[in-house]
Design a protein. Structure first.
Lengths: 276, 368
């Protein structure tokens, strides 16, 4: 079994940075994050390199506090870069923007708006030249996709956590970003709802194929959703520890994934990494 | 059943939850729990009101006796036993000239309340008659480009309440117009905040009397060539300036402490400044702004009385002051009537603001 894992390593980890540039959507080069503290600088991330291809779904897994969320919010532009650079389609990012949609851990909906208004908030921004009814159609389309066709006009504060996060998914897809960043979006949900939302997410994603980077704590979720699972070492000075290719065919179903021969191999690989 | 739920919700929403207990009393469906609620929410308050009136009555009576004894004693000492006896008879007969002037009893206050209402009816009738009489003449005068003749008689108690409400609302609106925009700017910009902070900290605790004097100095000079009565303008501006601080501080706080998640969403969506303020920052700070407005209104009502009194602007404050200066037999009880009216109106204003606050608050649990 060891040889297989070694194989994966040579396939994936060593060729990091070697994708043809036309295929690269998101490129992190020598990324560094330093937080100054009274006791001196605290280096969260150092020399972190990662390339993500177009139409790829990457999940990131690692121990709490290792800097996953820091990395993601740096990609989103919400957190300053201390060193190195991040580029989307070869262009260095400057601050946040709707080309990188974010689904936050907390649904972060405006509670005084209806679910439709919440989605429209982004849609209006990204499609300023579309007519009002076109924008409405876009927002409603994505709300339907996440199964909220009956809740267009419900206030966000009246929705359950799971439903709020559905609106969050619809809002992120509706602005048609180049990259979708998901910061443990299902972490606060119970396992049943989590499963439902994973299915919804992967269903829309299969259709839209937006390059996605998702942080998760859940090994099964990481395998089920991803083309590659990126494992981060524990901080400080966290970097990419290992990358695992998940070679299941798409579209996937939960059942086919669970019954696949390689599933437990992948799972063991991830758990071995996390436990050492 | 469904209707009763909504009714209960509405009354609870307005902070008048005790009314729903009354309703269950009338629908006749009294459970044990309802009975305890009924005791607690209806019987206990009524009992305490009666107790209050009783204590007040006893207190007033003993003060009355003390004052009466003192008068008789004084007459005895200054003018001899015959004068003392005459004084005793005079007081017992209830003659106005020699009544002890002290805290009025609940009965006297109730009597004054009724006499104030009677007075209002008389003045209203008088006004209506005046209007009818001058209608033709006024129409003629307006046609000729002259000012209409207006009623210049004494205002009734009710007129004065209405004047006070007008002043307080004008002051409240002024506070709202000044404090909310400034609060938003201060909340948005730390630079403006440090520029304004000393100003807020120093002027916030200034007493209404001083505000009145300041406004008086300025408005008097501005309106120096006007023959109009400026007392209303001075008093509502003073009320506004006195009461706006709570709204100013709360707005600034609400705007500067918007949930970071919402700000991140606005950043990711790259909302423009205008959209960010009106779609994200303002709605999320509305609950705090309304808390500020509620405090502003109650402060405005509280300082109004003092300011009207100083400004000689018609209203409840002036009414109280004039009655005190007047020193007529029923002046004291009229002052107490005014006190209750002031208290009840203040309570109602507070409830109205609470209701508005609950409707704008997106998180229903926050408001109450």
């Amino acid at each position: 079994m060891n040889t297989i894992i070694e194989d994966k390593k040579t396939n994936s980890f060593t060729d990091n940075g070697l994708f043809p540039s036309s295929e690269v959507m998101l490129d992190l080069k020598k990324l560094k994050k330093v937080y100054p503290t009274p006791k001196g600088d605290y280096v969260v991330l150092e020399d972190l390199n990662l390339q993500i291809k177009k139409e790829e779904f990457v999940t990131i897994i690692g121990h709490s506090g290792c800097g996953k969320t820091t990395m993601l919010s740096m990609i989103a532009g919400l957190n300053e870069i201390s060193g190195g650079n991040i580029s989307v389609l070869g262009k260095h990012i400057k601050g946040p923007g709707p080309d990188r949609g974010v689904i936050f851990q907390a649904p972060s909906l405006m509670p005084w708006m209806t679910s439709l208004q919440n989605v429209l908030l982004g849609v209006n921004q990204v499609f300023p030249h579309a007519t009002k009814s076109q924008r409405n159609d876009i927002a409603k389309y994505y709300l339907q996709k996440v199964g909220l066709e009956d809740a267009f006009y419900k206030k966000a504060s009246e929705l359950s956590q799971g439903m709020q996060q559905r609106v969050g998914i619809a809002r992120a897809f509706a602005i048609k970003p180049k990259v979708l960043l998901l910061d443990e979006p299902f972490g606060m949900l119970d396992s049943l709802t989590r499963g439902e939302l994973q299915d919804i997410l992967i269903e829309i994603w299969n259709k839209e194929k937006i390059t996605a980077v998702m942080i998760t704590h859940d090994v099964d979720e990481a395998i089920f959703l991803a083309d590659r699972v990126v494992m981060m070492t524990s901080g400080p000075k966290a970097k990419i520890g290992d990358i695992l290719n998940i070679d299941f065919e798409r579209p996937r179903t939960r059942k086919s994934v669970l019954e696949h021969d390689d599933y437990y191999k992948y799972r063991k690989h991830l758990i071995d990494f996390l436990e050492h | 059943m469904k209707q009763s739920i909504t009714l209960g919700k509405v009354t609870k929403f307005m902070g008048l939850g005790f009314l729903s207990t009354l309703k269950s009393l009338f629908t006749g469906k009294l459970e044990k729990e309802d009975f305890i609620n009924f005791l607690r929410k209806i019987v206990v308050p009524i009992a305490s009101i009666l107790l209050f009136i009783g204590l007040w009555h006893l207190g007033a009576k003993s003060l009355y006796n003390r004052e009466a004894d003192f008068k008789i004693e004084k007459a005895l000492k200054d003018q001899g036993p015959a004068a003392a006896e005459a004084m005793r008879e005079c007081i017992a007969s209830g003659d106005i000239s020699c009544q002890p002037n002290t805290l009025p009893s609940p009965g006297q206050v109730w009597g004054s309340y009724k006499s104030l209402l009677r007075d209002h009816n008389i003045i209203s009738a008088d006004k209506a008659a005046f209007k009818e009489k001058t209608a033709a003449l006024n129409a003629q005068r307006i046609a000729d480009g002259l000012a209409a003749i207006t009623y210049t008689g004494r205002p009734s108690f009710i007129d004065q309440i209405i004047m006070s409400l007008k002043t307080v609302f004008a002051g409240f609106l002024l506070a709202l117009i000044i404090a909310i925009p400034i609060g938003i700017f201060i909340g948005l910009s730390p630079t403006l905040k440090s520029a304004f902070n000393w100003f807020i900290q120093i002027f916030k605790p200034v007493s209404p009397v001083v505000w009145y004097l300041l406004v008086f100095m300025i408005v008097k000079t501005i309106l120096i060539d006007s023959s109009e009565d400026s007392s209303f303008i001075i008093s509502f501006i003073s009320v506004g300036l006195c009461s706006m601080w709570a709204t100013l501080v709360n707005t600034a706080m609400g705007v500067s402490s918007v949930d970071k998640d919402y700000i991140n969403v606005a950043k990711v969506l790259k909302l423009g400044t205008f959209q960010k303020i009106f779609k994200v920052i303002l709605p999320s700070s509305l609950p705090l702004i309304f808390t500020g407005l509620k405090i502003t209104l109650s402060v405005a009502w509280m300082v109004l009385i003092a300011i009207e009194l100083l400004a000689q602007s018609p209203g409840l404050g002036l009414f109280v002051w004039e009655e005190f200066q007047n020193g007529a037999n029923d002046s004291n009880s009229k002052i107490i009537v005014a006190m209750f009216v002031i208290g009840i109106i203040g309570f109602l204003l507070d409830r109205i603001m609470l209701t508005i606050q609950n409707t704008v608050s997106f998180n229903k649990n926050d408001g109450i």
